[in-house]
Design a binder for this molecule. Structure first.
Ligand SMILES: Cc1ncc(COP(=O)(O)O)c(C=O)c1O
Length: 407
């Protein structure tokens, strides 16, 4: 019986050019973004300039994390204590966490079998908030044209959580460029790796001026290059609190070469995704996620559904795959495990049950596809999942051979 021996959490090494750039920053000693020698442009400012150009955004701000970017975007649009913010029921904890961090209250919107926000549920709940924090969770992108029509008609500001969609597009237009602001994470498991880090993009001068001031720019905002003109700061500079969350030059230096290579990396992820997806075609009892034509996705992870399966059967699949080295995360587990949790687990945010979404969440199996996996690895992973799902589907709920790995 074959067993996969790779690590689902092992990313590629940092590229040589990024290591060399990081060394240069460390040798200079000038790690703080506003600590520049005469005539020097900080790595953080260059990163912002390059990411703005790459995404076609007017403005960009580099910050300390994706979660910081989300909270900063909410603050930049004036969201505060007691406000309600629409967001996805299917997302990860930093999203409702960012909403809670500004004292606001998440209003959860359901998820479809395509793993995107349910636009009918969004329409039904649209009256409850003036901001939607849209999470492109696990890289699944909803019909953005329809979503923007709905939100524009209701006067809802859309902040996009692109933590899982850096480089991805809907109808050829990048995520992060549909709403008022796009928020990215450059944390190790995302599409560019600086350990921790985040990026914000926008065309909105007022909101970006606020975000830059919020991030802790003191009165040094004129050192930014992808920033609004000084006039945009005039009325804001003394009334906007400094909630420090800047990115440093070291992380910016590590990111610049990675972002320059983003398209190549995205193609490598999608090649891996395709092998897994093909390998799981027509597996009895297993539902693959249909990807619409318009979705230019970047798949750094893979999801499938075991719709209407009993919990014991799903647990058996997870355990049997784990015993063969394949780590699946189950969104239906009664208690949150590792990075995975569900809207009703976020007890600080009250929610009404959503039976149709619960059916989908209960069915979601999720795994990472790091670029350290070869295409052969991906084919093997698919064979193992296929075999174990098929065995359990046919009624074999027996314990796996050997010891299942802890999650
Ligand atoms: C969907 C989603 N949004 C936002 C974030 C926040 O990113 P960070 O870890 O950089 O704060 C994450 C991180 O895991 C995420 O998965």
């Amino acid at each position: 019986m074959e067993r996969f021996t790779g690590s689902f959490t092992q990313q590629d090494p940092i590229p040589e050019a990024a290591i060399a750039a990081a060394l240069r920053v460390m040798q200079s000693g000038r790690l703080h973004r506003y600590n520049t020698a005469a005539g020097e442009v900080a790595e953080a400012a260059l990163l912002e300039e390059e990411f703005a150009a790459q995404t076609g955004a007017r403005y960009c701000l580099a910050v300390a994390s994706g979660g910081y970017a989300l909270a900063c975007a909410l603050r930049a649009y004036g969201v505060g204590p007691g406000d309600r913010v629409l967001t996805n029921a299917f997302t990860l904890a930093p999203v409702p966490g960012a909403i809670a961090s500004v004292g606001a209250v998440p209003v959860f919107v359901g998820v479809t079998e395509g793993l995107v926000i349910d636009l009918d549920d969004l329409a039904a709940k649209a009256g409850q908030a003036r901001v939607l924090m849209l999470s492109h969770m696990r890289g699944h992108i909803c019909d953005m044209a329809a979503l923007m029509r709905l939100c524009d008609a209701r006067g809802i500001t859309v902040i996009e959580d692109c933590a899982h969609t850096m480089g991805a597009a809907w109808q050829g237009r990048l995520t992060g460029r549909w709403g008022a602001m796009g928020c990215y994470s450059t944390q190790t498991y995302k599409h560019a790796n600086s350990g921790e880090g985040g990026l914000l993009i926008s065309d909105d001068a007022q909101a970006m001026a606020r975000a830059i001031l919020l991030s802790g720019s003191y009165m040094l905002y004129d050192r930014h290059r992808a920033a609004p003109p000084p006039e945009a700061f005039a009325d804001l500079r003394l009334v906007t609190p400094n909630i420090s969350g800047r990115m440093d030059n070291l992380r910016a230096a590590i990111l610049r070469p990675q972002l320059a290579d983003l398209a190549t990396q995205c193609a490598r992820w999608n090649a891996r995704y395709q092998v897994v997806d093909d390998g799981l075609a027509q597996t009895p009892g297993l539902t693959r996620i249909a990807r619409p034509e318009a979705e230019g996705f970047v798949a750094s992870s893979y999801q499938f559904l075991l719709l209407d399966w009993a919990p014991e059967a799903i647990r058996a699949v997870v355990a049997r795959c784990a015993a063969r080295g394949v780590e699946l995360k189950w969104f239906g587990a009664p208690d949150p495990v590792a990075f995975t949790s569900r809207y009703e687990n976020w007890a600080y945010a009250p929610s009404e049950p959503m039976p149709a979404s619960d059916r989908v969440l209960h069915a979601i199996l999720d795994m990472r596809l790091p670029l350290t996996f070869s295409l052969d690895d991906c084919a093997q992973i698919a064979r193992i999942i296929r075999a174990e799902v098929s065995a359990v589907f046919q009624g074999d709920l027996s314990a796996p051979e050997g010891q299942a790995r802890a999650d």
